[in-house]
Write a protein that binds this ligand. Sequence first.
Ligand SMILES: [Ca+2]
Length: 314
Amino acid sequence: MTKKVWFAGILSLVLVSLFSLAAMADDVINLDGEWLFQFDDDLAWADEDYDVSDWESYAKPAEAPALGFGWYRYEFEVPADWEGKGDLEVQLPVLNDFDWTFINGIGIGNGNRAGKRKYSIPGTYIQYGEKNLLAVRVYTINPGIGLDGNITVELTGSVSLVKNPSFELPTPYPANWIPNGMDKKVFLWEKAATVYTGFHCLGLRATDTLVDKVGYWQSDIIRTKPGTEFKAQVYVKAEDPSGETTIQLGFFDAEGKELGERAVSRNLARRTADWTRGNVRADAPEGTVYTKIFLVSKENSGTVWFDDVSLTIE
Ligand SMILES: [Ca+2]
């Protein structure tokens, strides 16, 4: 091998390595700096403005001595040029045992067993070109590791079809969701720690008191094309429910006329129950210009709550 060829070989290797590094840096942020940790529990610790100057810092979250409730916080910058490129996703490879995870004070997911987590972050929750805060509230059963592994935030390339899917963006009412019905008292916009994720969820109470006995929340319009197959999902919690609680998909033409029969899920609230997930699937019929999601409760003398809606193209 001549010196020239050898040099060209080395040069191309270096270039390939540089390109792959650049590609990684383009769409992955490694959260591998110092983590802050505090024992105990306070939901205010999800807040970016909370004073954490007295929190312990650790080179890795695994070094924090976890037992019972503890909170982990990490600040990271999201590149300004990621704006408009899609939703993000946070990966927590090792988590023991329960978690409630927040970005900039907004709940993005929770889990109740040891293992890994992968939560989607709508782009609308991100402050581009600025600091963002990942806060993880963890409950660890046995003394040891609460959070560990190569924690990353990645660009996914897909965009949330549902705006404000976990009802965490109040303006001052839940943004992008509209209640329907005559009696305002049946609509609940809950701000409590008992929601599925974050601090807010939507609810409907005693819809049997309404004139038409149906209460519902509807999403903003979601533009789409005929033939697209959708799956809409929602988490539902219920207390003494009666009647029927469903998630529904309606399709509309350019004039706003609803097309065909609305797709309706099974009854998602048959008895008092903690959060469970339900879904409905449907194809957008000929003439569709947009779809809307409906969270419906009919002839219900109890209360139902909704959180974490998603709409995916199948
Ligand atoms: Ca929520």
